[in-house]
Ligand binder design. Structure first.
Ligand code: XMP
Length: 509
């Protein structure tokens, strides 16, 4: 197990994911976690993450005891600086901020660098620099604008690097992490999804025993995988409530239901509440108002259905599809981590006094997907792009009506289908169609049309916090556009969105 100490920002998650991809378990703790919290995880190695903070301005520091545990430590960016700051070196500010790709000269091919070239392309993002080596360290790398880009004390297994090996722009970043994990820490490969999945199932069996569990199905990947794991563990003791708010993508209610039923799961209750949602949304155009209405209606329908299950079965737990970043991000807020927007779709009704079960609480999204595939859920279903809780309700600008939903669902289905058949879908983080409530003039055959516009969104992102627009080949865009205007009645214009986030958001609301 590798412990990643998180000093802010989102670097820690990327590091932990890379380590797990190497087949080694990694957990994130707050940068200022107590020594006993760290020791409780029995780490074989520690990685200190980057951060937007500065050690010169009271940035968070780890417990000094981590340097006495006798385990290797790798400091990345801010992590290098705090090693310099705490172990007898020096850090100075006031440099021109170095941001982006840089050439790195490797001066010493130690255990961290020994599989690298003498010159490497790496990615920097920092303002401060270490200006004096900490006691017992030697310089191992430098760049044009950062003399101490790497240092090491091989005897103690302490390494610092000023650049980020966890981002893909650092060409051999994975080699560096792999060298640390396998050659320096000598960690065991003990993190693979089939063992993880078997472990989750046996833990669920043990924890739940003969009790009953209700799980909410949202139509998304996480709740489907959570329910499938639970069903594997406890069979008929599982009851699933799927609130169909009428705002899901084309065919989604059917395919998610079919996936569960195909495994012999009989406890699925699909509640068609689409008319109620539509009625509540009638005449509402304000985005926040729409979100509130959808959220409230959802809780109301779900609570009622849950209450009915509670009458029928001895239910003790409510299961949710919470995944690792949801949990760690919410916990980090208010500490040093920069505030991260979280999107919680459901909070447990307190009066119901149910225990909470979160089968996916330790997994990243791509791990959830691999577990799902391992359980036999079809590839296309587990690799679906992220989909917001309020669904198509925030992809129709202005009022949500049945007519507009139908148009959007059809246009979106064509978009998804074409992306998939061109092999583009899995290169994109999130792609969808949105309906713009403006009508413009067009011609169809001999007739004049006056119809809606569809906006196509496709973004590359890591976590949805920032995003770049994905460059879809123009011939594919052309095909999508002509299919949408030809096949979807009510649309005569298609736009492709080329804005980044920020300043735009991903969704349209
Ligand atoms: P924005 O539009 O804020 O979206 O740039 C960032 C990411 O968050 C997703 N999103 C949501 N997910 N419930 C969710 O589960 C929500 O209410 C919600 N709102 C936005 C969005 O799809 C994108 O991936």
């Amino acid at each position: 197990m590798i412990v990643v100490l998180n000093f802010g920002g989102q670097f820690a998650h990327l590091i932990a994911r890379r380590v797990r991809d190497l087949g080694v378990k990694a957990e994130i703790l707050h940068g200022d976690a107590s020594l006993s919290e760290i020791q409780a995880l029995n780490p074989k190695g520690i990685i200190l993450s980057g951060s937007g903070h500065s050690v010169l301005e009271n940035g968070p520091l780890p417990d000094k005891g981590i340097f006495e545990l006798g385990v290797p430590v790798l400091g990345i960016c801010y992590g290098l600086q705090l090693m310099a700051h705490m172990l007898g070196g020096e850090v100075k500010g006031g440099y021109v901020k170095e941001y982006g790709k840089e050439n790195l000269d490797i001066l010493k091919k130690d255990a961290l660098f020994n599989t690298l070239e003498s010159k490497e392309v790496v990615w920097f993002s920092h303002g401060d620099q270490a200006t004096k080596l900490p006691t017992g360290f030697v310089k191992t790398a430098s760049s044009k604008s950062c003399e101490l880009s790497g240092f090491a004390d091989e005897k103690r297994g302490f390494y610092g690097i000023q650049f980020h090996p966890e981002v893909t722009h650092t060409v051999h970043g994975t080699n560096i992490l792999s060298n640390f994990v396998f050659d320096i820490v000598i960690a065991e490969k003990n993190w693979n999804m089939s063992d993880v999945s078997a472990g989750i199932i046996s833990d669920l069996k043990e924890k739940i025993g003969t009790d009953h569990v209700v799980v909410g199905i949202s139509g998304g990947v996480d709740s489907l995988v959570a329910a499938t794991l639970l069903h594997q563990a406890i069979g008929d003791q599982l009851h699933a409530v799927f609130v169909d708010h009428g705002l899901l993508r084309k065919g989604e209610v059917e395919s998610v239901s079919a996936s569960l039923k195909s495994r012999g799961f009989t406890g699925l209750h699909v509640i068609d509440a689409s008319q109620m949602f539509l009625a509540n949304l009638k005449g509402v155009t304000d985005p926040e108002e729409k979100r509130k209405i959808i959220g409230h209606a959802f809780v109301e329908v779900f609570e009622k259905a849950l209450g009915e299950e509670l009458q029928k079965f001895p239910v003790k737990y409510l299961a949710q599809g919470t995944i690792y970043p949801d949990r760690i991000e919410s916990a980090a807020v208010g500490k040093h981590a920069d505030k991260i927007k979280s999107h919680h779709n459901l909070t447990l009704p307190e009066k119901m006094k149910l225990g909470v079960i979160e089968p996916l609480r330790d997994l990243y999204k791509d791990e959830v997907r691999r577990v799902g595939e391992g359980l036999g859920i079809p590839h296309d279903m587990v690799w679906r792009h992220p989909f917001p809780g309020p669904g198509l309700g925030i992809r129709i600008v202005g009022e949500v009506t049945e007519d507009r939903l139908k148009i959007l669902r059809e246009a979106d289905a064509i978009y998804q289908e074409e992306l998939k058949s061109a092999g583009e879908y899995e290169k994109i983080w999130q792609a969808f169609a949105a309906l713009l409530p403006i009508k413009t003039v067009g011609v169809m055959g001999d007739a004049r049309t006056y119809d809606y516009a569809i906006a196509l969104r496709a973004v590359d992102s890591v976590d949805g916090m920032t995003a770049d627009w994905h460059k879809i080949p123009t011939d594919l865009l052309e095909r999508i556009s002509s299919r949408i205007v030809n096949e979807v009645k009510g649309v005569n214009r298609v736009f492709f969105d080329i804005t980044q986030k920020p300043p735009a958001t991903i969704e349209y609301e």
